[in-house]
Ligand binder design. Structure first.
Ligand code: NAD
Ligand code: IPM
Ligand code: MN
Length: 350
């Protein structure tokens, strides 16, 4: 059984996952690693972004770590064959419904954020994004021609009680091991799916988690509060689309989008999917300047959540912190290190 399946993907994906590989070879040399094409590069080679073999390999591994997929080369590919569709199929196929996106501001980066130091210093806030439901997967979805000219496009936002409950449970459980507070973000003021979301979270809370502090927040207000006073948050649970947007905003609090890792988890005993939350960054791809820390920290999460190596995860986390303390900065963090030099800095700290 492969321990870690690496899916480097497109754009800066292969650049940042190459640094993960170097770190893994030093920190956990006994880990078996396999690598496969995924995303646009798989579409070019096989005509689909995710082959059946790669999905089977993902389900059979202990953990899967991907770089990023997509880019301008594939924007005109048929929708169901676009790199991003491959990613959605991978998430759904692996059943990883809870996406943990930790916005953690490393002490040495408190000045790297576009927000004031006092707002972000000590920030440690976890977004739990529902990942296999909602408008990303709802049907019907289509674009149709209208008789009088023009077109009509439809996407469907849909959630069931069970889908909301299982992701909210992850948020409550996480909060118990942290500062014991959950914010649940939705638009119950305008959306029926938001109303059901609020009712289900409220009922689950009073039934199973009365000891955890729960606050409901409308998603637009959540966006504002994230930039106004982010340290009020401990765990925020939200749907697929709001979670996508709110986590990019939260990433900037940590200094850069290149800092935020993620862990997508399914039922106990199934492999997790680990990915930096950033994309393939076509604007800097091929230049060797991407920040590899989000990918390296995604490996740290894989060690912790899927590979049962908490001691190595602690060592890796400490090494990243040490590298930053020593002044290691890629361009997005205001420095001049290349991707590989940032990898060197983490390896040296290890
Ligand atoms: P992006 O995250 O790729 O880039 C946004 C901005 O952040 C760019 O200026 C980029 O240079 C910068 N950036 C991102 N990661 C960085 C890093 N590690 N180091 C330094 N700078 C970094 O988002 P986008 O430009 O909106 O999307 C580009 C492509 O990536 C699209 O095809 C999109 O669908 C795809 N995408 C994929 C994933 C994924 O595979 N998980 C996630 C988001 C976007
Ligand atoms: C993310 C990305 C993906 C998403 C895209 C590439 C499908 O933006 O992981 O944050 O929207 O989930
Ligand atoms: Mn996103």
């Amino acid at each position: 059984m492969t321990d870690l399946l690496l899916l480097p993907g497109d754009g800066i994906g292969p650049e940042v996952t190459a640094q993960v590989r170097r770190v893994a070879e030093k920190l956990t040399p006994d880990l078996s690693i396999e690598e496969r094409l995924f995303g646009g590069c798989s579409y070019d080679a096989h005509g689909v972004p995710l082959t059946d073999e790669t999905l089977a390999a993902a389900k059979a591994a202990k953990a899967v770590l991907m770089g990023a997929v997509g880019g301008p080369k594939w924007v005109d590919a048929p929708r169901d064959k676009r790199p991003e569709a491959g990613l959605l199929n991978l998430r759904a196929g692996m059943g990883v419904f809870a996406n943990l996106r930790p916005a953690l501001c490393f002490q040495p980066l408190a000045d790297a954020s576009s927000l004031k130091r006092e707002l972000v210093e000590g920030l440690d806030f976890m977004i739990v994004r529902e990942l296999t439901g909602g408008i990303y997967f709802g049907s019907p979805r289509f674009i149709e021609d209208l008789p009088g000219g023009g077109q009509r496009a439809v996407d469907t936002q849909v959630y069931t009680t069970a889908e909301i409950e299982r992701v909210a449970r992850v948020a409550f459980e996480l909060a118990r091991g942290r500062r014991n507070k959950v914010h649940s973000a939705e638009k119950s003021n305008v959306m029926d799916s938001g109303l059901l979301w609020r009712r289900v979270v409220t009922a689950l809370h009073s039934r199973e988690y009365p000891d955890v502090e729960l606050e409901h927040i409308l998603a637009d207000n959540a966006a504002m509060q994230i930039v106004k006073n982010p340290k009020q948050f401990d765990v925020m649970v939200t749907d697929n689309l709001f979670g996508d947007i709110l986590s990019d905003a939260a990433a900037q609090l940590t200094g850069s989008l290149g800092m935020l890792p993620s862990a997508a988890l399914g039922l106990p005993g199934t492999p997790g999917l680990y990915e930096p939350i950033h994309g393939s960054a076509p604007d800097i791809a091929g230049q060797g300047v991407a920040n590899p820390l989000a990918a390296i920290l995604s490996f740290e999460m894989a060690l912790r959540w899927s590979l049962d190596r908490p001691a190595e995860a602690d060592r890796l986390f400490a090494a990243v912190e040490k590298a930053l303390e020593n002044g290691a900065r890629t361009r997005d963090l205001g420095g001049a290190l290349s991707t590989a030099q940032m990898g060197d800095a983490v390896l040296a700290a290890l």
